[in-house]
Ligand binder design. Structure first.
Ligand code: C2E
Ligand code: MG
Ligand code: MG
Length: 765
């Protein structure tokens, strides 16, 4: 250790060293400390130049002009002790060196240095040595501390990032509304960056060249406006979107890429990361600030990218969810809302209706003859038809109403905010009219037709829908292509019908079905030639019921096959027995009625064959009656079925002839044997000339086609007289006998009529 205090005192230069220490200490780092020390030494020694040699570097030099000596040269000067050098404007200056820990402090003076100067130089070197080292250490320590602090800050920030991101992930997985999730992303950016102006921009769906702010924090209106209409490729946000990569500008005021507008608003730095959807950029997340000297480190860049990726996830997810939700709630074929969505909307409408006392209307629409149409144009044609119908339905309602496809050929319409009470009925009629217009499907012109049930009221959703459904059935019942409005009585009828269906299912096995027989008479001789079997239901509570009440129910529920087979077996067995017991009674016909559904059933011919076989009745004795409307319904299938029945040897009759719309062409093609002239003609045959003429026509037709004609519903003698006069040979009706129980009919067979009328009238329904 050198004797510093002595030297200092001797030279009176304490002040120099104090200044030196202060200068060195205030230097930020070692190089700064060496520069400050050299300046101090040059000044204190009144030198012309100086340099610091450290190892093989020259960290500080002054006064040499452009000719700073190299480290090697300085090393040789130092080694020489005192040497002579040339300085700019001063030849022959003298160098003196004082040793440093790892080099020398060298000064150059035109005049020689005294020993005191040399001592001061050494003292300065010693101080410099220590403090510069210290300053270096200090700077290093400071750097280390700052790094540690940054690490700690980083850690904290990472923790926050983790929390923010998991919050965002949670809201994505919980299907929070998209704006909410995007707002959370922007909030996280604000939280993590501390920058004043985070914003999320997404490309306009109609104009992908333009970005729009969808979430932001702290944007001034002017800033928002400039950012809001950003073009792709413009500025930091526009470039991140256009280039699909992270874009950072830290010296915003100097950067050529900066937007002058934002520069003038005082933006100092900005950074944006792209937002993607299925790998395609769709926008960007930008942070920008007014803070001077803002730098974005690696971590921060990563964080921004991560946040942008979360926004990407949210957008893609929301779109997928929206697509899936749309699919789940709409009919694939017509694109109309489906049953689930309809019920949901109806539920809400019904709740609102109840709260505000405003009625809601439901229209239940069921296509007429869709099955037939579908059969004629094929499955693809049927689909095409449904799409076209969906489109027409949509055009019949306002945008605020809901037209939906419930499934199959059922559609429904929900009307809210009824401005006048007649609107539901009006819309229903408009729908009927729209679907009555022809539609072109696969080269066919189709007129689908629809029946509409209307329910209007303040009630719950299920009730409204049920009412509309009941009304629709009423509309169908009143003839296709109509509108019916729900009335409470329809509800009672529906309940009644449900009970009836349940009872009917057990009626056959409980033996509740009975068959009555109405005589068919040869009009001229007034001779009994046959019976028509007519079914009745002896209901344990409701009493005896006519077929008009329960046969339609049996038709719809499919129970009619069981009932039909029962009647067929009973009638065949009964007729066979009568023929055995009364071989001379001339009974050669038993007539059984068939419904449309029975005729459509391919098992019918084998059922008939089985009944004939088991009874032993000759097939020619059995007549099967099919009403005119059923016969004309599905002519091609009917023709095949009739041919199969005829092949068994049975005879066929057209029931209620004259009430439907028989095509004469078909009548010729059908292998029928008998026409049963419907009761309405007979009712007025003796009083109305037109009906008499019509009856005449039917009789002529029968004669021309070689068909027997049987008049139905003869109630009075004069009707029988006119019919006979017109040449009608056969008839049945209350005038001769009502439908009779099997016992009563048996009795009649053994008991010829008195005055043309059988005395037995029991059992008639
Ligand atoms: P339908 O085949 O035309 O039978 C004649 C209907 O007219 C019978 O009514 C009969 O009782 C009634 N009737 C007969 N003569 C007179 C008359 O002089 N005056 C009046 N007012 N009515 C008369 P019912 O028994 O009520 O049968 C109604 C319809 O039910 C039948 O009409 C037939 O289409 C159907 N039906 C009856 N039994 C069966 C069956 O076993 N199976 C099927 N599928 N349908 C049946
Ligand atoms: Mg009949
Ligand atoms: Mg009839």
């Amino acid at each position: 250790m050198r004797s510093l205090p002595t030297t200092l005192r001797a030279l009176g230069e304490a002040e120099t060293l104090r200044r030196l220490v202060a200068a060195v200490a205030s230097a930020g780092d070692e190089a700064g400390a060496l520069r400050a020390g050299l300046a101090c030494a040059v000044d204190a020694l009144d030198a012309d130049a100086g340099a610091v040699l450290r190892g093989d570097a020259v960290p500080a030099a002054t006064g040499w002009g452009d000719a700073v000596p190299s480290a090697e040269r300085l090393a040789s000067l130092a080694a020489a002790g005192e040497a002579v050098v040339d300085l700019p404007g001063a030849a022959d200056a003298i160098t003196v060196a004082a040793p440093l820990a790892d080099g020398h402090l060298i000064v150059v003076r035109r005049e020689r240095l005294t020993d005191a100067h040399t001592a001061l130089l050494r003292a300065i070197a010693a101080v410099l040595d220590g403090t510069a080292q210290m300053a270096g250490d200090l700077a290093a320590a400071r750097t280390a501390r700052a790094a540690a602090e940054e690490r700690a800050g980083d850690l904290q920030r990472r923790q926050r990032l983790f929390e923010d991101l998991s919050g965002i992930q949670r809201s994505i997985s919980h299907r929070a509304p998209l704006p909410e999730v995007l707002d959370a992303v922007v909030a996280a950016a604000e939280d993590l960056f501390g920058d004043e102006m985070p914003a999320l921009l997404l490309a306009d769906e109609d104009d992908p060249g333009t970005l729009r702010v969808v979430a932001s924090r702290g944007l001034s209106p002017a800033y928002r406006e400039s950012l809001g209409s950003r073009r792709a490729g413009e500025g930091v946000a526009g470039r991140a979107y256009a280039e699909g990569r992270l874009v950072v500008i830290e010296d915003y005021s100097d950067s050529a890429d900066a937007m002058p507008r934002f520069r003038s608003m005082g933006v100092t730095a900005a950074m944006a990361a792209p937002v993607h959807e299925h790998g395609r950029p769709i926008g960007s997340l930008i942070v920008s600030t007014h803070r001077p000297g803002r730098r974005y480190g690696e971590t921060e860049r990563d964080i921004l990218c991560s946040l942008a990726e979360h926004a990407s996830l949210a957008v893609s997810d929301a779109k997928t969810v929206a697509a899936v939700a749309h699919q789940a709630m709409h009919d694939r074929l017509t694109g109309l809302p489906n049953g689930a969505l309809f019920r949901d909307r109806l539920k809400h409408a019904a709740v609102r209706g109840r709260r505000f006392g405003r009625p809601v209307a439901v229209l239940f629409c069921d296509l007429d003859r869709f099955k037939t149409v579908n059969d004629s144009v094929g499955h693809a044609g049927g689909d095409e038809l449904l799409v076209a119908i969906g489109e027409r339905l949509r055009q019949c309602v306002r945008a605020s109403d809901t037209a939906a496809r419930l499934g199959g050929d059922e559609f429904a319409v929900l009307l809210e905010d009824l401005d006048h009470p007649g609107r539901p009925h009006l819309v229903a009629q408009r729908i009927v009219e729209a679907l009555r217009q022809p539609l072109e499907v696969g080269g066919h012109e189709l007129r689908p037709g629809v029946s509409v049930g209307v329910a209007v009221g303040i009630a719950d959703a299920g009730e409204l829908l049920r009412w509309a459904d009941l009304a629709m059935y009423r509309a169908k019942g009143e003839g296709a292509g109509g509108v019916a409005v729900y009335e409470p009585a329809m509800g009672d009828a529906a309940v009644d019908r449900l009970a009836l269906e349940a009872d009917l299912a057990r009626a056959v096995e409980n033996g509740e079905l009975e068959v009555d027989y109405q005589p068919i008479v040869e009009l001229g001789e007034q001779r009994l030639v046959g019976f028509e079997a007519l079914v009745r239901w002896a209901h344990p509570q409701r009493g005896r019921m006519a077929p008009g009440v329960f046969v339609p129910v049996a038709e719809e529920t499919g129970l009619v096959r069981d009932i039909g087979r029962h009647v067929l077996r009973s009638a065949c067995a009964q007729a066979a027995q009568w023929r055995r017991r009364h071989p001379d009674a001339g009974l050669d016909t038993i007539t059984v009625n068939l419904s449309g559904r029975e005729l459509a059933d391919p098992r019918l011919p084998s059922d008939v064959a089985a009944a004939l076989r088991s009874s032993g009745l000759p097939a020619r004795c059995l007549v099967l009656e099919i009403t005119e409307t059923v016969l004309m319904r599905d002519t091609e299938t009917t023709l095949d079925r009739l041919a199969d029945l005829k092949a068994l040897g049975v005879r066929l009759a057209v029931d209620d002839f004259g009430t439907g719309y028989s095509s004469l062409r078909y009548l010729r093609r059908f292998p029928v044997d008998i026409l049963k002239m419907a009761k309405p003609f007979i009712d007025t045959i003796a009083t109305d000339d037109v009906d008499t003429a019509l009856a005449c026509t039917i009789l002529d037709l029968g004669a021309n086609l070689g068909l027997q004609v049987v008049a139905e519903g003869i109630e009075r003698d004069e009707q029988a007289t006119v019919l006979r006069a017109l040449g009608c040979e056969m008839g049945q009706g209350y005038h001769y006998a009502r439908p009779l129980s099997a016992e009563a009919a048996s009795a009649m067979l053994g008991d010829p009529p008195r005055h043309g009328v059988w005395s037995v009238r029991a059992g008639g329904a």
